[in-house]
Ligand binder design. Structure first.
Ligand code: 6PG
Length: 235
């Protein structure tokens, strides 16, 4: 595991943009799962401002680590946010964007999206393998849409599962912990003082870390890197 810290959220997002830009130079295709949240939004803005012509977007196949079960036009949609802040600004074939159909019935969409991932990604250790999964960290220690009250989603043998937000009860589709831990590489992008306590407990294996789903993200054969700003790192 590697921990990289930066002076503020912008520097953190820029460092990850540089990392992504370098990574895509060495591959013909990159199967990447995105997360929602504030740090990815900042990353997309920086990619559009400074990296438009430095990245061959046709190499990317975009998926989501989690998505809210809402229409793509909803302000809650992770796809919708990505379309607004990234996709509508870059030259990427429509067929490279594999969104969760949030408008579908969750019980049907979880099967469709899981099948899509299984068909489109290489199978390693008996599970589909992403090249890169970007994750955020919730203030309760959740990641993707694996929340502390649904720890069983960490060990489910399924590719993805239906999750439920603990307070709003909003249905989500999330990759399972097993699928996330089967990735070649997982990068956490975490910024802001509000995350410092959980980051400290998780990285130092202390406090109530065992209650946080993010503590169990340890790619079995892949790389794990935390991109943190100083306030999230807490030092
Ligand atoms: C989502 C995200 C979620 C997010 C965390 C952190 O769908 O909301 O995938 O897991 O990464 O909640 O969000 P912030 O970075 O906005 O705090």
């Amino acid at each position: 595991m590697e921990v990289k810290t930066f002076k503020n959220p912008e520097a953190t997002a820029k460092a990850f943009a540089d990392y992504l830009c370098e990574k895509q130079l060495h591959v013909n295709r990159l199967n990447i799962a995105l997360s929602g949240g504030s740090t990815p939004k900042l990353l997309f803005q920086i990619l559009v401002q400074k990296y438009l012509d430095k990245i061959d977007w046709a190499k990317f196949h975009f998926y989501w680590g989690d998505e809210r079960c809402v229409p793509p036009t909803s302000g809650e949609s992770n796809y919708g946010m990505t379309h607004e802040y990234l996709f509508q600004h870059i030259d990427i074939p429509e067929e490279n964007i594999h969104r969760v159909l949030g408008e579908n019935k969750p019980s049907e969409e979880v099967l469709r999206y899981g099948q899509l991932i299984t068909e489109n990604l290489p199978s390693i250790n008996g599970l589909p393998q992403f090249d890169l999964i970007i994750l955020g960290l919730g203030e309760d220690g959740h990641t993707a849409s694996i929340f502390p009250h649904q720890m069983e989603l960490l060990t489910s043998k399924e590719v993805c599962a239906i999750a439920e937000h603990p307070t709003s009860a909003q249905k989500r589709i999330t990759l399972t912990g097993a699928l996330i831990n089967n990735a070649k590489e997982v990068c956490f992008l975490v910024t802001g003082e509000a995350k410092a306590e959980k980051v400290n407990e998780i990285l130092n294996i202390t406090g109530n870390c065992e209650r946080y789903p993010a503590s169990y993200i340890k790619p079995s054969h892949g790389e794990l890197t935390w991109f943190l700003d100083k306030t999230a790192y807490g030092k």
